[in-house]
Design a protein around this ligand. Structure first.
Ligand SMILES: *Cc1c(COP(=O)(O)O)cnc(C)c1O
Length: 498
């Protein structure tokens, strides 16, 4: 199966090429040329299988230039019990029809691990097929969770170096500590003075700059991306929606063929797009509910068809969703315009040049047939964390609370009682201060680890060992740079002269 660029349908690449390159030279994102079918029989068969077997089944359909052995080696190396516990993506039922898909059992306690633990393996196979002998340079812009998950996935991976940029003031203390203490001999981390969009735009510009590319080529190096623009990041995310459906089926919580709703706390639109791709394959999904925080550019887009980033940027208690440019929306637009590459390229150009674009009426209609948008401010998020803990004894992180809140609004408004899967994207201990405050237990004097202890004491929910161990780790990467200096930092890390 082949992949096309969203900005030029004549560009055709294999899965290995798509993963090794990360982004198309025209600036477009790689998308599958068609969607493999997932039948009711397939789903029934997968219901009796383990997560790794489900993963191999889905990946084999998309990575058609990988051998079955290669796919199997990647999934078994990634989703180990040691890294993810007994089930990498278990479903917990809160209430009748309200199911939480826990995606944070990996090493860095956020859902990004689901893709970033396997991406280095997919990358290794892809490079061996398409760019043998090259050293891969992974550049990451992060709003917090991607950076750590990518560092942890790629640390000490052979023939690979990784450099992460994060917004100086845009991540939680725990997220920052996770990154600045990162171990490994091929890693570097740098804060930038700016927000996530600045970091991401900088990385994208370096990435697509032909001069930089030529410089790297001279040194037998090539860029690739671990951001969700990379197909290798997106495809592993399709698996857990299928897996959740299988688990609900197995537990008699739904019947075969019964549609579900999916609610996703959204930033870059990668996670929710993976759910949409699962439904394109045949997974029965009725509505995709896109949950945003105060930066609700997507809610407005789904309501009006106008994407407009010309607005104030808010720093919220759900920092991984503080985004005004949702990169993966481009992939959805390509699908909703029936692969109209020219239209997609024009919209993306409009976004870059003027900060906005509008989709045609027929595209808006298709969008609204599938997607519902909603948002929640920090206050409602805090109330949702408190209420959910009081009612169910279940502790939500701030991002998942955005989703739960938006789901409650949706259900109240529509009365839709369709069984619903809510993607839970982070462990609450990554955001201890906000969660404590939500529970009315904040102690401003306490440092990050005292907050963790206080949260454990007051909820009885155990904090993950990987977060507790950060306390003893040495800070290796205290560096901060201006946005304009990003390229110089990249050259510096690689030992290349400008
Ligand atoms: C990255 C992230 C999100 C947003 O996911 P997208 O795929 O970018 O939409 C939501 N919650 C958490 C905790 C995250 O780390």
């Amino acid at each position: 199966m082949n992949y096309k660029s969203t900005r030029n349908s004549n560009v055709t690449v294999t899965a290995a090429q798509a993963i090794a390159r990360g982004i198309s030279e025209d600036g477009g994102l790689f998308v599958p040329a068609e969607f493999p079918a997932l039948t009711a029989q397939d789903i029934a068969a997968l219901a009796d299988k383990s997560y790794t077997e489900r993963a191999a089944f889905i990946l084999n359909k998309y990575l058609s230039d990988f051998t079955a052995e290669e796919v199997k080696a990647c999934v078994t190396a990634a989703y180990t019990t040691e890294k993810f516990g007994a089930h990498p993506a278990p479903v917990t039922t809160l209430d009748n029809g309200e199911h939480i898909l826990e995606l944070w059992h990996g090493p860095t306690c956020a859902f990004k691990d689901m893709a970033l633990q396997i991406l280095p393996h997919l990358m290794r196979v892809s490079v061996s097929k398409t760019a043998q002998g090259k050293e891969i340079i992974i550049l990451v812009a992060t709003s917090g969770d991607t950076g750590k998950a990518a560092l942890e996935g790629f640390k000490d991976a052979p023939h690979t170096r990784i450099l992460v940029f994060y917004p100086e003031k845009g991540v939680s203390p725990m997220q920052k500590l996770q990154m600045t203490t990162q171990e490994g001999n091929n890693v570097a981390v740098c804060a930038i003075r700016g927000n996530f969009d600045d970091a991401q735009t900088g990385v994208k510009n370096i990435f697509t700059d032909p001069v930089v590319k030529a410089k790297l080529a001279e040194h037998d190096m090539m860029f690739s991306s671990a951001n969700s623009i990379n197909w290798g990041r997106l495809v592993p995310q399709i698996i857990y929606y299928v897996s959740a459906y299988c688990d609900l089926l197995k537990d008699n919580k739904i019947k075969m063929g019964e549609p579900i709703n999916v609610v996703v706390p959204t930033g870059n639109f990668g996670n929710i797009l993976a759910a949409y791709y699962a439904s394109k394959m045949g997974l029965p999904v009725k509505k995709f509910i896109c949950a945003s925080n105060a930066n609700h550019v997507l809610t407005d887009f789904i309501e009006t068809g106008v994407y407009d980033r010309r607005r104030d940027f808010y720093t919220t208690t759900s920092p991984s969703m503080d985004i005004l440019i949702s990169s993966n929306l481009e992939r959805l637009l390509y699908d909703l315009t029936d692969c109209d590459d020219k239209a997609v390229a024009a919209m993306m150009e409009g976004l870059k040049a003027d900060g906005h674009y509008t989709v045609p009426a027929n595209v808006l209609k298709k969008l609204q047939a599938n997607f519902v948008g909603g948002f929640s401010d920090d206050e409602a998020v805090a109330a949702t964390i408190r209420d959910t803990f009081e009612k169910h004894g279940y502790l939500l992180d701030t991002h998942t609370a955005v989703a739960v809140r938006v789901y409650e609004q949706y259900r109240e408004k529509t009365g839709d009682a369709t069984p619903t899967v809510i993607a839970s994207t982070a462990n609450p201990y990554k955001f201890s201060a906000s969660v404590l405050e939500a529970l009315g237990k904040d102690d401003a004097a306490a440092d990050e680890f005292e907050k963790v202890a206080l949260l454990q004491e007051s909820t009885g929910v155990a904090a993950p060992a990987s977060l507790l161990s950060l306390r003893e780790k040495e800070v290796r990467f205290p560096h901060i740079c201006d946005r304009e200096a990003q390229q110089a930092v990249v050259y510096g890390m690689l030992g290349i002269e400008e």
